[in-house]
Design a protein around this ligand. Structure first.
Ligand SMILES: Cc1ncc(COP(=O)(O)O)c(C=O)c1O
Length: 362
């Protein structure tokens, strides 16, 4: 079997000139007030960065001690810090999900156990399938790419003595009312670690700003291998702004818009004949179609970038991930999708007719 390219991400689908439905960043650029904060921060870049204001702002936002927070160079850095935090005996990743956790573990010499959730059960997690001896369990909530939101009780059910449960909540800030977050639980626990990101909601993918929240002992373990000055001055300014009142107002607005964008996207895709995974909670949907691979290629020719599904363990070429965008953009996408689907259907009918004609020349 060809190994899956775990290093493939949505950004490599967005070739110049394509309309981007492949990357899950919610806004095309940071809000104006945040851009001003970033510009102001440029005045200080001759100095080495000081992460303390960012840590303090997050501690205040989440009502926890500063020792429960570690700011990282994007959420992605967290996976490497976690891989290096302990000598893991059995690390398990719940798939399909974002592939960087598995990549980071592999790069640090671990053979990762995969727990694959299945479409037949709506990608629901049955905690009993996690082997008892797994001392590291990584899960996304809501999960990229399934958009599945696991109940808080299910996540808490994974916690046990001698195990660290890592919950990637990169999209949780906009997922409904956030009631399934385990961030508050993580502050009080030594077995639970939450990862958050500023990338998606604030349009900051290029700045690299994320953070961890956990009990102080777990945070200290992760901090041990973080390179000095990993979090730059612009990222510090971004975290301070995003954790403040304007940042929280922006988050609420993005979350509110998301529910409209998602329901519009789901309705339009379903009308077009695509199968959409139910109850999406993240800013994207996972879609099934037997010719999804052809559809993606065809849509690229029609000017749209969609995220392939076959580089997620547990999925295959019949899956696509599509980002939630403004309704007018979604309508343009779906109009092109309808044309492409008609073209695919027509050519598969022609193929079928040709096969019959070859079998039965008379
Ligand atoms: C689930 C999930 N976690 C983490 C990340 C990485 O976030 P960051 O840009 O903060 O490194 C992504 C990016 O796509 C993601 O989808």
């Amino acid at each position: 079997m060809t190994p899956i390219d775990l290093g493939h991400h949505g950004d490599s689908e967005v070739l110049p000139g394509l309309v981007d439905f492949a990357v899950n960043v919610a806004v095309p650029r940071p809000p104006a007030w945040l851009r001003q904060e970033l510009e102001n921060a440029l005045d200080d870049v001759a100095r080495y960065p000081n992460v303390t204001p960012a840590v303090d702002a997050l501690a205040q936002l989440h009502g926890c001690p500063a020792s429960s927070v570690l700011v990282t160079n994007g959420a992605a850095e967290a996976f490497t810090l976690i891989a290096r935090a302990r000598d893991w005996r059995k690390s398990l990743v719940v798939h399909p999900q974002f592939t960087e956790p598995e990549s980071a573990l592999q790069a640090n010499g671990y053979a990762v156990t995969r727990l694959i959730l299945r479409p037949e059960t709506d990608f629901v997690l049955d905690a009993a399938r996690v082997p008892d001896d797994a001392d590291l369990v990584i899960i996304g909530n809501p999960t990229n790419p399934t958009s599945r939101l696991h109940p808080r009780a299910t996540i808490l059910g994974l916690v046990r003595s001698g195990r660290l449960v890592v919950v990637d909540e990169a999209f949780m800030d906009v997922a409904g009312d956030g009631r399934d977050s385990v961030l508050d639980d993580a502050i009080r626990s030594q077995g639970l670690l939450v990862i958050r990101s500023l990338t998606k909601t604030f349009g900051l993918a290029g700045i690299r700003a994320g953070y961890l929240v956990a009990g102080s002992a777990v945070i200290a373990e992760c901090a041990l291998t973080q390179p000095r000055w990993s979090v730059n001055s612009l990222a510090v300014a971004a975290v301070v702004g995003c954790a403040g009142p304007r940042g929280q107002e922006h988050t609420r607005a993005v979350s509110h818009d998301l529910s409209f964008k998602l329901s519009h996207l789901v309705a339009r895709l379903t009308d077009a004949g695509l199968e959409v995974v139910r109850q999406p909670a993240g800013p994207f949907v996972l879609v099934h179609h037997r010719h999804a691979d052809l559809l993606r290629d065809g849509m690229r020719r029609r000017g749209f970038a969609l995220r392939r599904g076959d580089t997620f363990p547990g999925l295959g070429p019949s899956w696509l991930r599509i980002a939630a965008r403004e309704p007018a953009m979604t309508d343009a996408l779906v109009a092109a999708l309808a044309l492409e689907l008609a073209a695919i259907n027509q050519s598969s009918q022609q193929d079928l007719a040709l096969t019959h004609a070859t079998k039965d020349p008379g």
